[in-house]
Ligand binder design. Sequence first.
Ligand code: SAH
Length: 252
Amino acid sequence: MVHFVGAGPGAEDLITVRGRRLVRQADVVIYAGSLVNPGLLCQVKEGCRIYDSSRMTLEEVVGVMKEAEAAGRDTVRLHTGDPSLYGAVREQMDCLEEADIPYDVCPGVSSFFGAAASLHLEYTLPEVSQTVILTRAEGRTPVPEGEGLRSLAAHKGTMVLFLSASLATKVKEELLAGGYGPQTPVAIAYKATWPQERLIRTTLERLPEEMERNKIRKTALIIVGEVLHGTAARSKLYDPGFTTEYRKGREG
Ligand code: SAH
């Protein structure tokens, strides 16, 4: 059996309880090198074989899984954050289905949640933004038509950009052309929740300079939107005058 496990954003203790149990029980662990905290690998049982997928092709990864399965061994495929976001996980599932190898998925804390925690951020502030767009700038990996940053920018909600740290100039240009103002608050979260974490608050206008100045080219999220100002209108949910399913609101 193969278990796809979300390792969390970085800090060793941000893997789920289930994920940690699966890592401890695994006969084989294939982990995404550089993005998964190596501290998690200290927990494996004696004799567990460990592979760094950053040096492997899809065929090699699936080859290791097939070999383990044939020997009756359990494999954990450890992905950074949550496997469902930019995890190249579906292609592995397709191969396993073709080979009749059973698998399951254990979710993880995505880095965009890790970054929000570090920044003391609420992505969905009442009357500021109620929508979060998770996306990336187009680089060597193409982005489907209609999902370009410029068109997504028209919504002017909260935007979180993965895999875009080396494309800051393009991000700035596209988002400005799409409708965000130059003073829109931006945060750069480098290695959120890792010991080396760095959080930089700036504006859309200054984004490329700040990236350059701080020498950040990877393992960072770019977060864009007025929610970064952090001042909130009151929620309806906890408003004394608002009636909910669980609580009767005061009149007047
Ligand atoms: N599945 C992962 C994303 C993998 S794609 C998740 O759910 O977080 C890799 C990209 O994720 C990196 O380029 C970076 O943009 C982001 N990333 C991963 N870990 C990060 C962290 N600790 N801090 C900031 N960004 C991170």
